[in-house]
Design a protein around this ligand. Sequence first.
Ligand SMILES: N[C@@H](CCC(=O)N[C@@H](CS)C(=O)NCC(=O)O)C(=O)O
Length: 253
Amino acid sequence: MALELYHAAHSTCSQKVRICLAEKGLEWVSRPVDFSARENLSAEYMRINPNGVVPAFVHDGTPIIESTVMCEYLEEVWPNEPRLSPEDPKKRAAMRAWLRFIDEVPSMAVRVPSFQNVFLDRFKAMSKEQYVEFRDSNSLRRDFFMRMNHTGFSDDEYENSMLQLRATVDRMEETLTREGPWLIGQQFTIADICVAPLFERMQELALSGIWEDAPAVTDWFSRIRARPSFETAFYPGSRLSEVYPEIVVGLEN
Ligand SMILES: N[C@@H](CCC(=O)N[C@@H](CS)C(=O)NCC(=O)O)C(=O)O
């Protein structure tokens, strides 16, 4: 069964699907999407993912989009290799609540420091007119690029994203302390997978101080990083520090 993954090496949403694929031991065909060439907004790609974002995969000719939905799809089509969701409906509901929270809160919040501290230079290099043209070419993301503006997010917006990331850590710390070692107790699930690349991103952005006083989260992150699937998903060249070495190294100081 051919599984073609449209993705970007350093995109956190792509990384979570790649962890899931690696956990399941599935073969896939790589279809890289180049943001700088705006391939994500090309008519050809928009036929696969009308949201103009990565990842997406095409499985036996059918496009499947939304990274969390894609992880759940993999779980449904390949349920036991290994199982990555609980059988008990109450625990499944708890997992899905985490997935919703992860999509709505930290996945959104982490974009602010990512763009502010790393990707912004790419936009600053544009003239005002080029930026407006770029911003307006993507109606679904226009609001985000309005808020970022040509010169960066407001202090309030940046602070708000930090508070949301900290609230995520607090919620995870409480859950992991009460019923770890994973977010859904004994079972490693898609919920752990979906939030892990956000921690890797924060670490690369020199934001690991957000969880330095959260021992259960620190332990959770080191265990998830030690899984072979993590290494497979973060193949050489897929870390932010490899794509933007000159910027990310500067963040450490
Ligand atoms: N809800 C979507 C979000 C996907 C998303 O935002 N992808 C980012 C990369 S992580 C993207 O494609 N960005 C394109 C851009 O910045 O123009 C999902 O989870 O698949």
